[in-house]
Design a protein around this ligand. Structure first.
Ligand code: ATP
Ligand code: MG
Length: 345
């Protein structure tokens, strides 16, 4: 039961391995809090792996989009630094990656205007991810920014003509909209923009300790920077079910299966094998296995993170250089876009 997006991702992998230089990756995160295992197994690990394969990597820290579901963006500078920290700790190489905040790249944001003209209000309002985020939002009203952020994301992706976007499942509707915008722009004006593909990981929707999508904003996440003890405590408190025998069955047993999957991802094993090994050991044995697997897998990342955290100046330096590179790229694309639209005088 593989989804079309998962099948497409499987098709892409050998092409990427063969000709990494044909691909450019853009993906990113909102600076709304520390990255967690959902980000790591959903997209971050893929980013690092792609970069090591020789694919060019651009990472956007989507600071304007923090305001989609809250009135004020608190501790923004600190959270931006923390994202850079998590990226580098996970193995992103800043010598060839471009890490930037989209608010620093003026020309990128200007793309939003023509892009908005290419989508209908009906298309924006039936986006299932936006609907879900509105349901979980802290605000009583829905802002225009919430409604239009998938078009803004199209600008994030297309400003650098990225053709590959490693993301989690929730991003698929946005990728579809990005493709639509690129196609319509090319049809209406001139062939300037690529139609990017999503690249899903083996864990496109990792669940949190409460059995719903692991998310920064839902208090159900195990962060990359958490200590080993904190990790043990969070996993001990995770929701399971009444059946003692452990099996891997994501449809029928989502909570237990997401724990099994976590252990499997950390140890590079098949989740069915992991479940079989635990068997009648029950939830306590499962949680011990998961805790050990997570802590062991993350130990080198956490050590690097602690080391890098001592030099905030260096993190800022990485970001300054990334912003500069991103501005050069964005200005070039905006020139081509305006040329195509006949708005260069
Ligand atoms: P927020 O609650 O603030 O929206 P988030 O945890 O949903 O935070 P985002 O910054 O919206 O994180 O997402 C960043 C990237 O991580 C996206 O590609 C998204 O698909 C991926 N991602 C986030 N959570 C998960 C998850 N639980 N499983 C797999 N991928 C995820
Ligand atoms: Mg989100």
């Amino acid at each position: 039961t593989t989804s079309p997006a998962a099948r497409r991702s499987a098709e892409l992998e050998p092409l990427i391995a063969q000709r990494p230089q044909d691909f450019r990756v853009l993906t990113g995160d909102r600076p709304t809090g520390a990255l967690h295992l959902g980000h790591y197994f959903g997209t971050l690990r893929n980013r690092v792996r792609l970069q090591r394969q020789g694919v060019e990597l651009l990472l956007v820290i989507a600071d304007y989009q923090v305001l989609t579901d809250r009135d004020v963006a608190e501790h923004l500078a600190e959270r931006v630094d923390d994202l850079v920290l998590d990226y580098l700790a996970a193995g992103v190489d800043p010598a060839t990656a471009t890490i930037f905040t989209h608010s620093s790249v003026t020309a990128l944001n200007q793309l939003l205007l023509p892009f908005l003209s290419l989508v209908s209000v009906a298309e924006l309002s039936r986006n299932p991810t936006v609907k879900d985020e509105i349901a979980h939002s802290r605000q009583a009203t829905v802002s225009g920014l919430m409604f239009t952020y998938p078009a803004h994301q199209a600008a994030d992706i297309l400003f650098c003509k990225a053709n590959l976007v490693p993301v989690g499942q929730d991003q698929l509707p946005h990728l579809e909209l990005t493709r639509t915008i690129a196609r319509r722009f090319n049809d209406r004006y001139a062939p300037v923009l690529p139609e990017p593909d999503a690249l899903l990981s083996p864990a496109p929707l990792l669940l949190g300790t409460d059995g719903t999508k692991m998310s920064k904003s839902r208090g159900n996440a195990i962060t990359l920077g958490a200590s080993a003890d904190e990790t043990a405590r969070l996993i001990r408190g995770a929701k399971t079910d009444a059946h003692r025998h452990i099996t891997y069955d994501p449809q029928q047993r989502p909570e237990v299966s997401s724990l099994v999957l976590l252990a499997a991802l950390c140890t590079d094993r098949d989740p069915h094998d992991v479940a079989e090994d635990i068997g009648s050991g029950g939830a306590a044995a499962l949680k011990r296995t998961v805790t050990d697997a997570v802590n062991e897998h993350l130990a080198p990342l956490r050590a690097r993170r602690a080391h890098l955290a001592r030099d905030r100046g260096y993190l800022r330096q990485v970001l300054r250089e990334g912003n500069e590179r991103a501005n050069t790229i964005a200005e070039q694309t905006l020139r081509q876009v305006r040329e195509a639209m006949g708005t260069r005088y």
